[in-house]
Design a protein around this ligand. Structure first.
Ligand code: SF4
Ligand code: SF4
Length: 130
């Protein structure tokens, strides 16, 4: 059961829950670390960030044409191959979509080649604003 102390402590309203997973809106986060201080289980890990560092990459799926240029491209699209295809299920139907490999976000070197190269303008890196 979530205690939501971090949610209450955040003055920037940057913390939210989705499917019981705690997420941070890095456009709002000011790195004050109030959430870290109130967590009774030390469950919040702090990663040092610098201005303009890529924190995650959003895919605007309504725009994506599934051209697959962002994957299997010998590193010519993303030098670290941080995009992949996944199968998702909704209403008993299965379909494929592109995902950003968030677990490997630390490999992102912030080149923003993905944003510039997507022919549908569907890739939106989220950078840290100090
Ligand atoms: S390059 Fe852009 S349009 Fe093509 S599959 Fe990737 S996200 Fe979708
Ligand atoms: S900014 Fe560069 S390294 Fe990061 S995901 Fe985009 S293409 Fe890959």
């Amino acid at each position: 059961m979530k205690c939501e102390r971090c949610l209450t402590a955040c003055r920037q309203d940057a913390i939210y829950f989705k499917n019981s997973i705690r997420l941070v809106d890095y456009k709002k986060c000011k790195a004050c670390l109030a959430c870290v201080q109130v967590c009774p289980r030390n469950a919040i890990e702090v990663t040092s960030v610098i201005k303009e560092q890529v924190l995650t990459v959003k895919i605007e799926r309504d725009n994506c044409s599934m051209c697959l240029k962002c994957i299997d491209n010998n590193g010519e699209f993303c030098p670290n191959n941080l995009f992949s295809e996944e199968t998702v299920e909704k209403d008993d139907e299965y379909y494929k979509q592109i995902k950003f490999n968030f677990s490997e976000v630390e490999k992102c070197q912030g080149c923003l080649r993905c944003e510039l190269s997507c022919p549908e303008n569907a890739i939106k890196p989220v950078t840290f604003k100090a």
